[in-house]
Ligand binder design. Structure first.
Ligand SMILES: Nc1ncnc2c1ncn2[C@@H]1O[C@H](COP(=O)(O)OP(=O)(O)O)[C@@H](O)[C@H]1O
Ligand SMILES: [Mg+2]
Length: 325
């Protein structure tokens, strides 16, 4: 019997196009002797084709497992995961809470801090009470100003002077009602892929070498000039520490299935900081998440198989949970 995998992709976020590319790579990797593939495409306005997945359990009996390949808002943030929980469908990746926590840069940091995991110093402000004065006083420049919930570096600025602060805060606040300002870490940028449910494992890390002052939207998707080192050139101890932190962060947030955990390594101190965690990382054939696994001995198709297996295992475990007396 074949397993029917429903792939949901596209979506309303700014990462619509990259989601299409990720989904095409995943669908191409699914072995058609073992899997039937159903496509659910969401256009940039949020319209589904051929039809939406319905929230009632049993409404889609033909689907065995769902692979949401939606990056960013309305897909990676727990919203689609909520629909799939209602529908009682197994799905790949983090569940509702871990998805929304991971999307929110403040909540991710708070949870990591509670476990004594290293995060960069930050402050949060609400859109309706933006005030650059205490930030200019409390932080050394440069600082990074970001919308608390988003991705792809959209709305993010690196701010060098007090005069640039307010415009950067206003820009970030266009993209979220909450903004986060943090100390800029001068150093290197590293990523690690994590895979698993109850016993997650970390891949070999990779280093991103942005071609611009930081890894901004252009550098991620338009310029094709950023460089990558895989595996990252780190000491054995640093590699081990980074992998340990990646797994700890994954566990702290309550992720399942997969996540890419991103780090900053401060040159002056040699200290590693957790930057963010992405629960549906880029998944094109050249994306870092599958590349890191490939380098760690797990090829693209085997990785997709494993993610589907993890989704089915998680759903089965959840079935054993009682929801009523
Ligand atoms: N505190 C920081 N110090 C140094 N660089 C940072 C910092 N925060 C973000 N950056 C740079 O900005 C990029 C985007 O920020 P990030 O927090 O990863 O947001 P996104 O979710 O949009 O990817 C990072 O890849 C990195 O290049
Ligand atoms: Mg990032």
């Amino acid at each position: 019997m074949k397993t029917t995998v429903a792939v949901i992709y596209g979506g309303r976020s700014g990462e619509h196009e990259i989601s299409i590319r990720s989904a095409k790579s995943i669908m191409a990797a699914l072995d058609r002797d073992r899997y039937d593939v159903m496509e659910y495409f969401i256009d940039p306005m949020g319209k589904w084709a051929p039809e939406p997945i319905l929230p009632e359990p049993g409404a889609q009996p033909e689907i065995d497992v769902v692979f949401p390949v939606l990056h960013g808002t309305f897909g990676e943030d727990g919203t689609v995961q909520g629909l799939l929980e209602l529908a009682d469908l197994p799905y790949v990746g983090a569940a509702v809470l871990a998805s929304s926590v991971s999307m929110d840069k403040e909540m991710t940091k708070r949870i990591c801090m509670e476990r004594d995991l290293p995060v960069v110093e930050y402050v949060v402000q609400a859109r309706h009470e933006l005030d650059p004065a205490p930030i200019a006083k409390g932080f050394p420049f440069p600082v990074f100003v970001k919308p608390a919930n988003l991705g792809s570096s959209v709305g993010i600025s690196k701010v060098h002077t007090a005069a640039e602060l307010e415009p950067a805060m206003r820009l970030a606040a266009e993209f979220d009602r909450k903004i986060i300002v943090e100390r800029a870490i001068i150093g290197r940028e590293l990523e690690c892929a994590v895979l698993g449910n109850d016993d997650p494992v970390a891949s070999l890390p990779c280093e991103i070498l942005p071609s611009k002052e930081f890894y901004d939207y252009e550098d991620k998707y338009l310029l094709d000039r950023a460089q990558f080192r895989l595996p990252a050139e780190l000491s054995e101890e640093q590699t081990a520490e980074l992998r340990r932190l990646a797994v700890e962060c994954f566990r702290a947030v309550g992720c399942e299935g997969m996540a890419r955990v991103d780090f900053l390594l401060e040159s002056a101190t040699g200290k590693l900081y957790l930057n963010e965690i992405n629960t549906i990382p880029g998944f094109t054939s050249i994306s870092m998440y599958p590349k890191m696994w490939e380098h760690s001995g797990l090829g693209f198709a085997a990785l997709v198989d494993r993610l589907i297996e993890l989704a089915l295992e998680r759903h089965a475990a959840r079935k054993a949970t009682r929801f009523t007396r």
